[in-house]
Ligand binder design. Structure first.
Ligand SMILES: [Zn+2]
Ligand SMILES: [Zn+2]
Length: 480
């Protein structure tokens, strides 16, 4: 019955969690500017008796809340950053910004940070009731989106001494997360040329914009000759001005390179640097580059995943109300035909075409679907990245997703923002909190499991151990 009591302890305080997640949804602060969002979580943690330490690792708005003492030390990871240009009114099935061009919670991190906090608090309440010992730590992790906050925190030793880490991500479906994610590096390439009158004295000018364009062409040719799983994206962050009659004296391009393993990212990065140098030579400009951020590939942990699977199975499968389903149907009409088949395609990708097809009815109808996807271990990498990965090199780490949004809702979309304060999102958040608290309780109750999970981690990481992909001296950066 202990799990029942633990889950009940999450429910008892559900109003405070709904309130704080709605507040963070409203603040919608982007990476390393999460002043109000972190404050809301810090205040709640302090009120619940956790000892709070702010600006840990000298990362803006990173904090920890610790309760209890001694071994083991189990951590919950929380995020609370929003995304740019996704401002959207809640509960609206049409695109309507609150602030045109403003930020919005298009990845559900207002729920993410709150559920992890709810798990920590419920566990603390359970410990108090049963006089248990051990250390519960909540990690407030800013700047996940394009910022790699946890990687900076990892570099500064914030996660040292942690025995296991637990987190989740709001999703359209409920599942144990397995498999890896792509390592990445984000780098600014800056060119300096010489300004000149583009008509009168073009021969005296050296165009930095030409260098950026030639670099992009070079990388375009590179793409054919790198592993297919790798991704190379770019954004021109400085074109050198808006005057075509001036030879552009400076220009800048931001590259994001992803691949399944840290070494592969490094290797591609070296080749991109050579291309960047080539572009400088071709245009007689000067090139320098600055690493903005990076993160590692995720180290999955089957011991932890199995525990997550057991705990998720203990929880009730929710059904959407008529009203909720009607809203989901309205939102569905805002999606393209291709987007509408996203869940079906994921089923096929995960379980193979034959089994996937047999699962369509059960798992893709109704549109609000909390039925847990059967747990399946995977060594494959998803095509995105997460800074949870850097924690996963240091301590056995597990994640789940719970259904907080209707099926087929694209990630980083206004449709996701519009659903962020719905009951469905709140109950998904509480479900995740229960599953995470359950995993932690299992670990506290059975230290041998922690040892087993740590042995698996060691085997996967190998003797070289963790090397932070962000070099010393690089500081976390806000959205520019
Ligand atoms: Zn995201
Ligand atoms: Zn996210």
């Amino acid at each position: 019955m202990s799990k029942e009591r633990l889950f009940q302890l999450v429910e008892t305080k559900k109003d405070q969690y709904t309130k704080v997640s709605d507040a963070i949804w409203g603040y919608a602060e982007t990476r390393f500017e999460e002043e109000k969002s972190s404050r809301a979580l810090i205040e709640l943690l302090a009120q619940e008796g956790f000892a709070v330490e702010e600006d840990v690792g000298d990362v803006p708005f990173a904090f920890t809340g610790t309760w209890g003492q001694g071994e083991p030390r189990i951590g919950f990871l929380g995020e609370y950053d929003a995304l740019g240009a996704l401002s959207q009114k809640a509960d609206k099935a049409v695109r309507e910004a609150i602030i045109p061009g403003g930020n919005g919670h298009g990845c559900g991190h207002h729920l993410l940070g709150t559920a992890s906090l709810a798990a920590a608090v419920a566990l603390k309440d359970y410990f108090s009731e049963n006089n248990l010992t051990g250390t519960i730590i909540y990690y407030g992790c800013p700047g996940e989106e394009g910022g790699s906050g946890k990687t900076f925190m990892a570099r500064e030793g914030v996660f040292d001494g942690l025995d296991a880490a637990i987190t989740w991500h709001p999703g359209n479906t409920t599942a144990v997360a397995s498999g890896s994610s792509l390592a990445n590096i984000q780098v600014y390439f800056n060119y300096i040329g010489r300004a000149s009158h583009a008509g009168g004295s073009p021969h005296l000018g050296r165009s930095a914009l030409d260098a950026v364009e030639l670099m992009n062409v070079g990388v375009q040719y590179l793409r054919e000759h790198i592993i297919t799983e790798a991704r190379v994206h770019y954004a021109v962050t400085n074109t050198g001005g808006k005057s075509p009659n001036v030879v552009q004296p400076e220009a800048e391009v931001l590259y994001l390179i992803r691949a399944p393993k840290n070494e592969q990212v490094k290797e591609i990065f070296e080749r991109v640097i050579d291309i960047a140098k080539g572009a400088a030579l071709m245009t007689s400009t000067q090139m320098n580059y600055t690493i903005d951020k990076a993160c590692s590939n995720l180290i999955p942990n089957e011991v932890m995943e199995k525990l997550m699977n057991e705990n998720l199975q203990l929880l009730e499968v929710r059904q959407g109300s008529q009203e909720e389903l009607a809203f989901a149907a309205e939102l569905q009409e805002t999606l393209t035909e291709e987007e509408k088949s996203a869940t079906v395609r994921s089923l096929m990708a995960q379980y193979g075409e034959r089994q996937g097809r047999a699962m369509i009815e059960e798992y893709t109808k109704p549109l609000l679907n909390d039925k847990m996807w059967p747990y399946q271990t995977s060594e494959k990498s998803m095509s995105g990245s997460t800074d949870v990965s850097d924690v996963s090199w240091l301590a056995p780490t597990v994640q789940c997703s719970t259904s907080c949004y209707c099926l087929n809702t694209p990630g980083h979309s206004w449709q996701m923002v519009a659903q962020g304060k719905k009951d469905w999102a709140h109950t998904g958040m509480l479900k995740a909190a229960k599953a995470m608290a359950g995993v932690a309780l299992d670990l506290f109750n059975d230290p041998a499991k922690i040892k087993e999970a740590q042995a698996e981690l060691q085997e996967r990481v190998g003797p070289k151990g963790y090397e932070c992909p962000i070099p010393a001296g690089i500081k976390p950066s806000k959205v520019r």
